[in-house]
Design a protein. Sequence first.
Length: 491
Amino acid sequence: MSQPKIIQGGMGVAVSGWTLARTVSRLGQLGIVSGTGLAIILARNLQLGDPSGQLRHALNRFPVPAVATRVLAQYFIPGGRKPDAPFKAAPMPTLHPGAALVELTVVANFVEVFLAKEGHDGLVGINFLEKIQLPTLPSLYGAMLANVDYVLMGAGIPRAIPGALDRLAAGEPAHLKIDVVGALPGEEFLSTFDPHAFCNGPLTMVKRPQFLGIVASVTLAMTLARKASGRVDGFVVEGDTAGGHNAPPRGTLQLNAIGEPVYGERDVVDLEKIRELGRPFWLAGSYGRPGRLAEALRLGAAGVQVGTAFAFCNESGLRPELKKQALQMSRAGTAHVFTDPVASPTGFPFKVVQMEGTLSHADQYAARTRICDLGYLRHLYRKPDGTPGYRCPAEPVDDFVKKGGTVADAQGRKCLCNGLVANVGLAQVRSEQEQELALMTAGDDVAQIAQFLQPGSDSYTAADVIRCLLNEALPVNGKPYPAAQPSPLPV
């Protein structure tokens, strides 16, 4: 399998949807769908009535028809729900999920990858977070049923994933050890998935996709290369200017004058040691600019991963008004992100775009009623009786404390689940006066996204991004890209 020069970042939730991934793949690069929260995305889009019919088209191709029929019956609303009606809730992830949630998760991942791959022979990958463990195995299987080519995973140390891919590809049950706070020595909590039990009939054969670990240090890359449960095919080496979750700085956490984590020389990845691992790697974090691809290639990388530039193109899943607002800010020179050390319930630093009308503003955050009803970032903890409990630092503080959390750990936490879902037009309606607000994330390059605008245009496409990054360096389908246009000056 030839390696792509550009990997389009897997931005969740549903920013990197199938439309964007398919477009990038058809242009000869690696399109990535975000695997985060896909069960929610499918359930809510079906409740909107699936006006294009594409979701039902994909459901009709699911290899276990009875499962797809049950998902459709549970969530599809012909003509769509009323605009002021709340979305019907999907079950929250648990260690031992019910059959309905397992089916929804498998189907949702299948649908996203199937639509991204349909109609071309380009490569498509899917991105997951190690911090979100509970839905991982059924998500992997759903993507593999749709013949996904790559699996990417970061936000932790995904040592068990390569072996899980091997077992699922062989049609064997897979197990994943789940992190549980307070687990006793030798005590294990396992998530399991059995392809035979799921299919309940003839087993659909699936291929083993390539696995790329997203790393921010040589130590993590070496750990994956030497101690993973199966083959690691390459790495995405991500710097601290990338969007979404960042790896914490090495050593004692220090904050700058405005409260952001301070990264130093210890956080700079030694690429010579990465090269010595003998696997292809891509560089990420502020590589969405002309000339950075060539620089990465000179450093021995196979290419670059770019997220922010694609996040605001026409094909991304972000609401159009949010893209427009961000582009206006970029042109005016006012677009910037704050690397928030406490916003994410995961405990990882999280980049938040400072944007009016979103949860980046203190007054909007304070006005929101705290609730945890999606549950993808909940932490598992051991209850006194030995069973797992679930708590989230972003849930109501009293509830969190009753479950053994602390008031200090709840301060400043934001509900990423609901905020990120709101970014893509699927915000939950709480009342006539309240619905969930967006919470925008992007890399530092959000300040530069106006460079992709053609003269006289207020938007740009994924093709504009690729054209600008390659700058006639590579042909696609035998035809060279036209030269990139100069970036417009701020107005």
